[in-house]
Design a protein around this ligand. Structure first.
Ligand code: NAD
Ligand code: ZN
Length: 358
């Protein structure tokens, strides 16, 4: 079966493009009842970027904390808060932050027009009504969340995306200047998400010519960013943003694999953010992803990246079992990596043995 892929219809790309936001929004204001919701990572509260957000009239600015990865409970809380302040439907919602804020923005824009708890919509095409117009402005590069059809959420029962027709952004603004101050470790963890997306996309059963084309070019860019010392930081940031974008498009047309399945287990039970969880898992997957993992080891050393080790040491059997439940349930990822008979290749014991190495 072939899948219909919906991606972002409009994008604005280039250093300084964030400066055009105000003008774009002005053109969208339809009258006195018109208002925008800005959803911004609270990291920027006292930073220059936070001060560049110009509110007018009834616009709402909501600072969102992403110490924990996006949760359905916070999606519902913010949706209720927006609605309680203004009975009209927002003209647009603008998300500014890393992958976590990208996912909050996508989820909240869907939930502003669909009733009930967001956990009800974790799955494929479960929302009935079109979302509020939403704009994504990433401040980290690598997740591809700016272009994906999914808003990944941790709910009461599972970590699973609200995925479908209404989830992708209507417009993204990719301004490399916004990622220029990302700290070394965070920049690497998030950047490696793109690298790992590409490896997994290209090495599984769902790959096709489109997903390969995006992944190959994204991987060329990732290698330039993390291996070519001649690039200036400015050049590297621009390439990293495009690597993230293409990597996201690649997995949209293909799928992620073993590393992401294990990484979801680490995030769900231990709370590690996606980028670092991927790095912890990928670090131990040489038997699956061979040369790419060896290149990853080289990049970790080259950039002197801190990576937690021996994290499984203090874990209870119960935690290990829960991590394994989470990973094992991600059938589409295992199928992509090993084929329809994936259960012949991967057992719960095998998954536990991978976790124990981390
Ligand atoms: P993040 O958004 O979780 O942010 C990580 C940290 O970096 C936070 O503390 C944040 O405040 C901070 N930060 C953000 N921008 C910064 C900047 N410019 N300078 C300094 N600090 C900054 O990190 P991420 O790796 O971009 O995103 C991870 C999230 O993306 C996870 O929740 C994951 O589930 C999601 N994700 C979604 C998809 C998708 O397709 N929807 C794909 C991959 C990952
Ligand atoms: Zn990822």
């Amino acid at each position: 079966m072939f899948r219909i892929i919906k991606s972002v219809p409009k994008s604005l790309f280039g250093k300084g493009s964030f400066n055009q936001l105000e003008e774009i929004l002005e053109g969208m204001r339809t009258g006195t009842g018109s208002f925008f919701v800005f959803l911004v990572d609270d990291f920027f509260k006292d930073k220059p970027l936070g001060k560049r957000i110009a509110l007018k009239g009834n616009d709402q600015l909501i600072w969102v904390n992403v110490d924990d990865e996006p949760k359905t409970t916070l999606v519902d809380k913010i949706r209720d808060e927006v609605k309680s302040k203004n009975k009209n439907t927002a003209t647009a919602l603008i998300g500014i932050g890393g992958g976590s804020v990208m996912d909050y923005a996508k989820a909240i824009s869907v939930m502003l027009t669909n009733e009930g708890p967001s956990s009800k919509y974790q799955g494929l095409n479960l929302a009935k009504n079109a979302a509020v117009y939403h704009i994504g402005i990433p401040t980290l590069a690598g997740t591809g969340a700016e272009v994906s059809m999914t808003a990944v959420l941790t709910g009461p029962e599972k970590k699973l995306g609200i995925k479908g027709e209404f989830t992708p952004f209507d417009l993204i603004v990719l301004d490399p200047e916004l990622i220029k101050d990302a700290p070394k470790n965070q920049r690497f963890y998030t950047g490696m998400d793109a690298y790992i997306h590409n490896v997994e996309s290209m090495t599984g059963y769902n790959k096709n010519t489109i997903s390969d084309a995006y992944a190959m070019q994204s991987q060329v860019l990732c290698r330039e960013v993390f291996l070519n010392d001649k690039l200036t930081r400015e050049e590297a940031d621009e390439k990293l943003m495009v690597a993230s974008y293409f990597g996201g498009l690649s997995i949209g047309h293909s799928e992620v694999g073993v590393c992401h399945a294990l990484s979801y287990g680490l995030s769900y039970v231990l709370g590690y953010h996606h980028g670092i969880a991927n790095c912890i898992a990928f670090n131990q997957l040489e038997e699956i992803y061979g040369e790419d993992v060896r290149e990853f080891h080289f990049m970790i050393k080259k950039h002197q990246i801190d990576l937690p080790h021996n994290i499984a040491k203090g874990l209870s059997q119960d935690q290990l079992e829960k991590m394994t439940d989470t990973a094992y349930a991600l059938e589409h990822m295992w199928k992509h990596a090993f084929g329809a008979d994936w259960k012949k290749h991967v057992s719960r014991e095998k998954i536990i043995s991978w976790f124990k190495k981390m």
